[in-house]
Design a protein around this ligand. Structure first.
Ligand code: FES
Length: 298
């Protein structure tokens, strides 16, 4: 199974040489790495080594909140079309354009599960967005092919219970009000898309296999499709199962609790953290409330 998946990936992705062999001068100096070049390589990485080499000593937090080229906050979430996928992903003509809820709804209407998703970029960081027909399905009995947002127990890489996904409704802002932008809303979840294994970028239906097929099973299990899938070493994430979990910053070892979607299989230790967002005039806008959650690849 793993071997066959690897063959399929190689066919469907235009594998690129390591950064050092292309435009060698620029890539070898990670301090000169610009956002566009960084994203190009990480989105097309065929192995963790490429993503890690591209990062070098830059650190992902350096890209947070548009510091890389705007110097200010850039809240809009944009589509990001992986190189070579222009004719295969549904958002192929929308590269770097604003993500809109109506786009996701229209695409979801074409799927058998009513789900849709896309790669994106927000404040210089890779993200995944997934549309789940939660409001339509939440009152129906959990069953195959009827997805909804679920809440489950979260365990860290050592198996320690950290918390339950429903605790997301207890999260408050500094003024004591509930963080409604973090809570699920608008049938959409927005996630930081660096793999907690070796920091490649998981994707939504960028490769075809049993994990990415347009199917869904309840319970946050590894079986069933519509998983976010990391091509580097096949980690899988169920974007419909929310949990509380714990991760750590690789550089300074500090740990932090976060809310995110569940890892269902593969070598990654934990799942992907959520990004709170708003929908304003149909446009998806990310909020930088929990920047620490996105530092585990630093
Ligand atoms: S980087 Fe190894 S599974 Fe994602």
């Amino acid at each position: 199974m793993e071997g066959l998946q690897g063959v399929n990936m190689a066919r469907q992705f235009r594998l690129r040489p390591a950064p050092g062999s292309l435009d060698a001068g620029a890539e070898n100096d990670s301090s000169m790495l610009d956002r566009r070049r960084f994203m190009k390589y990480t989105f097309n990485a065929a192995g963790g080594a490429i993503a890690m080499a591209s990062l070098g000593s830059v650190g992902f937090a350096a890209f947070l909140m548009g510091q890389a080229d705007t110097g200010g906050e850039d809240t809009g979430v944009k589509y990001w079309v992986p190189k070579g996928q222009e004719d295969t992903v549904w958002y192929g003509s929308l590269h770097e354009q604003e993500m809109q809820k109506s786009h996701l709804e229209a695409e979801a209407a074409k799927s058998s599960t009513g789900m849709s998703g896309a790669q994106g970029v927000w404040s210089g960081m890779p993200v995944n967005i997934v549309y789940i027909p939660h409001e339509e399905n939440e009152s129906k009995p959990p069953a195959e092919g009827i997805p909804r947002i679920q809440y489950g127990e979260g365990y860290d890489a050592a198996g320690t219970f950290i918390g339950h996904g429903r605790e997301i409704f207890d999260v408050t802002l500094e003024d004591g009000s509930p963080d409604t932008a973090l809570q699920p809303h608008d049938n959409i979840l927005l996630m930081f898309s660096r793999c907690p294994h070796l920091c490649c970028i998981p994707g939504w239906q960028l490769v075809a296999n049993d994990f990415t097929a347009d199917t869904w099973l309840p319970g946050g299990v590894d079986a069933g499709g519509n998983k976010l899938f990391c091509i580097c070493h096949s980690s899988r994430y169920d974007p419909t199962m929310l949990e509380k979990n714990r991760n750590r910053n690789r550089s300074n070892g500090s740990t932090f609790d976060y809310f995110g979607v569940r890892l269902t299989g593969g070598p990654a230790p934990v799942g992907l953290p959520l990004i709170p967002f708003t929908v304003e005039d149909d446009v998806i806008k990310g909020l930088s409330t929990y920047q620490e959650w996105y530092t585990f690849c630093d």
